[in-house]
Design a protein around this ligand. Structure first.
Ligand SMILES: [Zn+2]
Length: 180
């Protein structure tokens, strides 16, 4: 965990969403985290899931992480994420009038999957690890957070990639990547 990645308190009563991302790079979790750190923007997700199923945590669940960034104007109302006051917004750069809402980070846990869109399947070990991580987060909060992907928050964002679509549907309905 790195303190530069924590951007304010996120007490359990504000937890609503799990936001899934692709790293869009081939580097493993450690190299992704070093890249985030070096960028100086304070960007990070709470967890990064490697292709071999190992998981690295970068930010405590009770802290805000900058993983979702700005979303479509109107999405704070749509998602019920209107209170941005707990977020220090350090390093956050506005991207235009179409995407003014910044509330999602204050109400969510971010998970990055090491994956490049269009590069082929997600390994079973990585998906199994995500199953277990979501179960851990559900148990931590004692409730089931709504699962979305990054492009649901910001239209036109690349992650998660199209090859994740059936898994996302299964996570949203059954909280696991495969429905038996
Ligand atoms: Zn993302």
């Amino acid at each position: 965990m790195r303190t530069s990645f924590a951007h304010g308190p996120k007490p359990a009563e504000f937890q609503r969403y799990i936001v899934l991302h692709d790293t869009e790079g081939t580097g493993d979790a450690d190299s992704v985290i070093n890249w985030w750190d070096a960028s100086g923007h304070g960007v990070a997700a709470h967890f990064v899931v490697n292709r071999d199923g190992s998981v690295v945590q970068c930010v405590a669940l009770d802290n805000i992480a900058h993983h979702a960034g700005y979303g479509d104007t109107g999405h704070n109302d749509f998602y019920g994420t209107c209170d941005e006051s707990r977020d220090d917004k350090v390093g956050a750069d506005q991207i235009g009038g179409w995407a003014r809402d910044y509330g999602m980070n204050s109400y969510s846990v971010g998970i990055e999957l090491v994956h490049v869109g269009g590069s082929g399947p997600y390994p079973e070990a990585q998906l199994d690890a995500l199953d277990n991580l979501i179960a851990y987060i559900d148990a931590y909060y004692g409730s089931e957070s709504t699962i979305i992907d990054h492009k649901a928050w910001r239209t036109g964002n690349s992650d998660t990639s199209p090859e994740f679509a059936s898994f996302l549907a299964n996570y949203q309905s059954h909280r696991r990547h495969a429905v038996q």
